[in-house]
Design a protein around this ligand. Structure first.
Ligand SMILES: C[S@@+](CC[C@H](N)C(=O)[O-])C[C@H]1O[C@@H](n2cnc3c(N)ncnc32)[C@H](O)[C@@H]1O
Length: 333
């Protein structure tokens, strides 16, 4: 997609990004090349980066529970850092990875390959929609990870422009449960649905979701797609690309979707102070309740952003486990 494929280079330290002392499976300094479509890792601010602040803590939480992922797949890998994190933390030996654009995929493949210490990791990459490129190429997967975008694009938008596909989605033709559409979590639902046949029984899908809707609605995604769901980790982020993202949510809120919520950054910092992401995950519903008096609608958050103020949102990693004989999704109509 798109002909303009300039490269940028970036160096990321696993010490800062993955909070590991000495890496065993990947290089101690990670060099990345990116096309202008590649989602840009926030190399100077790991707290604002999805891989560093969400994927890595979730993978470590799984590993501490005794779950490793010899067979791993990431949907929408961007630069490929999430795959490298899975090799280091979840001991992935077969690594599936997809992304929409050919040039993002080509760079991701090279970024993963060139930063591995061991040649013995099998890379299965494909450019295309969600898991379509993996059809017939992966099976019995232990863990699927995704951090897909949420916001439907306005008619004038172009998914092939720059990093648009990291934030926006196009209209889908599949049947989507009404609650998932209203909460703007359509791609997370579709990823769960598509991952099901690739997973072994007991395998996990980790959905990394900016929780701008109630956690109960996020948990409902697992059941609707035929899994057992729980919140694995819970944390918060300063809203990145705030004008586009908060503006997008405010627009859809005006159209009757949502409502969506954000919080003042200091409230989030205080609420999560001293809690590990796993401990916060275990008490996520209680934390959400405690935060609820401080919720700000997307419209009000946009007004703050336009005045130059920062807003934040919570982030949940939904852990959906494939249950035996869970054939058809339990969602009706
Ligand atoms: C927010 S970025 C996350 C990148 C990376 N996984 C991370 O956590 O840093 C979302 C990624 O999903 C990709 N993407 C968006 N829609 C997709 C789709 N339908 N199928 C596959 N990948 C998609 C984007 O191109 C982008 O690289």
């Amino acid at each position: 997609m798109g002909a303009h494929t300039e490269s940028a280079e970036l160096v990321v330290s696993p010490g800062d990004f993955f909070q590991v002392g000495e890496t065993k499976r990947i290089r101690s300094s990670i060099g990345l090349r990116l096309s202008d479509h590649s989602y840009l890792p926030k190399a100077d601010e790991p707290r604002a980066d999805w891989v560093a602040s969400v994927a890595v803590p979730a993978f470590k939480t799984l590993a501490r529970m005794g779950v490793l992922a010899p067979a791993f797949c990431t949907i929408g890998t961007g630069a490929g850092l999430d795959a490298l994190a899975a090799v280091e933390i979840l001991h992935a030996r077969t690594v599936g990875f997809t992304d929409l654009h050919e040039d993002v995929l080509a760079h991701a493949r090279e970024n993963i390959r060139s930063n591995l210490l061991d040649d013995d990791v099998q890379l299965v990459g494909g450019a295309g929609d969600i898991l379509a490129p993996m059809a017939g190429r992966l099976s019995q997967v232990d863990v699927v990870y995704e951090n897909l975008p949420n916001i439907p694009m306005a008619d004038s938008g172009d998914l092939a422009a720059g990093q648009t596909s990291s934030t926006f989605i196009t209209e889908r033709s599949e049947e989507i449960p009404g609650f998932a559409e209203k909460n703007l979590v359509t791609l997370h639902y579709l990823a769960l649905q598509q991952a099901h046949p690739f997973l072994r029984v007991g395998g996990h899908v980790l959905s990394s979701i900016g929780a701008r809707v109630p956690l109960s609605e996020i948990l409902a995604l697992s059941g609707a797609a035929g899994y057992n769901g729980s919140i694995l980790t819970y944390t918060w982020k300063v809203q990145s690309e705030p004008r586009d993202v908060v503006g997008g949510y405010a627009q859809w809120e005006r159209e009757g979707l949502g409502p969506f919520h954000f919080y003042p950054v200091n409230i989030l910092r205080d609420a999560f102070e001293g809690l590990s992401v796993a401990a916060a995950g275990a008490q996520a519903l209680r934390l959400e309740k405690r935060l609820s008096p401080f919720e700000i609608s997307a419209a009000d958050a946009l007004a703050l952003v336009e005045r130059g103020e920062r807003v934040g949102h919570t982030v949940a990693v939904l852990d959906s486990v494939k249950i035996p004989d869970s054939g058809a999704p339990r969602w009706n109509s």
